[in-house]
Design a protein around this ligand. Structure first.
Ligand SMILES: *Cc1c(COP(=O)(O)O)cnc(C)c1O
Length: 433
């Protein structure tokens, strides 16, 4: 039986009968699992039987989260990590196999930008960064012999820029490389990447997936089986002793897990050894958050539209608005094509004040909170160039097209009128003499 999205979000990936009929998903607070004997251990190890060995590699509470998100995204499997950055960095390491290049954009989350510019190159993985709005030909021109993947954000952080995901998927596939997408801002409620051609989807589950700002987590979803070329991705074809069958014959991950070779490899070689595993306590919080994903995000989108409309009428204070649905946005066509349920709940605007007035604005908000998160049930305001993208030098900020006057809003579940009134009073205080 296959269920619709809203059914999956409350019941996918969990069968109470397998857990003493517990309606709430239990927190399996355990490091290790008892084996009935060697045969039991061996069949779990070889993947012949569902079971657990040690919570760094797999845990039933975490597995329920993985299965639920895989179903929500229409993927074949998913793998949770201790944070979005862990999900992202382990995925990029695994797909390159430790060498080669990745094609990405300059308009991306600040931590990711620094990772791509500094940390990865220091260990031999290079990034070619194109401008977000480049034509497909310009993207293609940057694909080199050893480019292993295209990696982008669906709705970019902070300024909510969109990309033509289907065109990028086609491009990647013509070059036999996967399209990897950070879908954090959209969540599977607003955009199901895999249906549009993405091969691997990454989430910071800290953000809107959970929505309650009470846990850090990350998830990687594997799409339909990708045709991994052996010459470019030998790591998936190499026979590994850890992937051996019941009779101790070494196997490749492609052989052992044909439906989801990438996440199986990622779990066995990267999650297990770099060890950034999600705690079952946090998995439970994220699972509870996901139960209301559609209801939360749809109201947050409705609130976002009202706040954008309010800001659009404040030309004395607001110089520009970067929200894809906004009539002046160059992403309006893509928003209409790909985001019928709304183009997210995070956007930026240009504030016509000097540094001191920005600080006054921040000091004056009462309902909006000043914090570096997004997708929370509570609305947040932040001066991105100095905070969420504070890793970028002034030159890098220019390249990333993040102007100094940028204010980022993440709209929550409050009453929209209260949010607008809060901005109104804070703007007035910012410009008081
Ligand atoms: C927050 C964020 C991340 C990092 O996630 P953490 O859970 O904080 O590690 C990655 N990508 C995007 C788009 C984000 O907003």
């Amino acid at each position: 039986m296959s269920y619709q999205f809203d059914t999956v979000k409350v019941s996918g990936g969990y069968h109470s009968r397998e857990h003493n009929n517990s309606v709430g998903i239990p927190v399996y607070a355990t490091a290790a699992f008892d084996f009935d004997g060697f045969d039991h251990f061996n069949s779990i190890r070889a993947g012949e039987q569902l079971g657990y060995l040690y919570s760094r590699v797999g845990n039933p509470t975490v597995a329920a989260l993985e299965a639920r998100v895989a179903q929500l995204d229409g993927g074949t499997a998913a793998l949770a990590f201790a944070s979005g950055m862990a999900a992202l960095s382990n995925t990029l390491l695994a797909v390159t196999g430790g060498k080669g290049r990745i094609l990405s954009t300059k308009q991306i989350y600040g931590g990711t930008f620094d990772l791509e510019n500094d940390v990865f190159p220091s260990i031999g993985i290079e990034f070619d960064l194109v401008d977000h709005d480049s034509s497909i030909e310009e993207w293609e021109a940057q694909i080199k012999e050893d480019t292993k993947a295209v990696f982008v954000e669906t709705i970019s952080n902070p300024s909510a820029r969109l990309l033509d995901i289907e065109a990028l998927a086609d491009l990647a596939h013509r070059h036999n490389i996967p399209l990897i997408v950070d879908n954090t801002f959209a969540t599977p409620y607003l955009f199901r990447q895999i249906e549009h051609g993405a091969d691997i989807v990454i989430y910071s589950a800290t953000k809107a997936l959970n929505g309650h700002g009470n846990a850090i987590g990350g998830i990687v979803v594997e799409g339909k089986p990708f045709k991994w070329a052996e010459a470019k991705f030998p790591q998936l074809y190499k026979k590994h002793w850890v992937a051996r069958d019941l009779d101790d014959n070494p196997r490749s991950f492609i052989e052992a897990f044909p439906q989801f070779p990438f996440t199986a490899f990622l779990r066995t070689k990267y999650l297990a050894y770099f060890g950034a595993s999600l705690s079952p306590y946090d998995a439970q919080l994220i699972l509870i958050g996901i139960e209301t994903l559609s209801e939360r995000v749809s109201k947050q989108v409705a609130n976002t539209r009202k706040v954008v409309e309010y800001l659009a009428g404040k030309s004395d204070i607001v110089s520009w608005i970067s929200y894809p649905e906004y009539e002046n946005s160059k992403y309006k066509t893509l928003a209409d094509q790909y985001f019928p349920n709304g183009a997210g709940t995070v956007f930026t605007f240009g504030f016509k004040g000097n540094d001191e007035q920005v600080n006054k604005l921040i000091d004056s908000i009462q309902l909006f909170r000043y914090q570096a998160n997004v997708g929370d049930a509570r609305s947040l305001l932040i001066n991105s160039p100095k905070t969420t993208h504070g890793e970028l030098t002034p030159d890098e900020l220019t390249a990333a097209q993040i102007k100094p006057e940028t204010i980022r809003l993440s709209i929550g579940l409050e009453d929209a009128g209260d949010l607008i009134a809060d901005l109104e009073q804070a703007f007035a205080k910012a410009f008081e003499n």
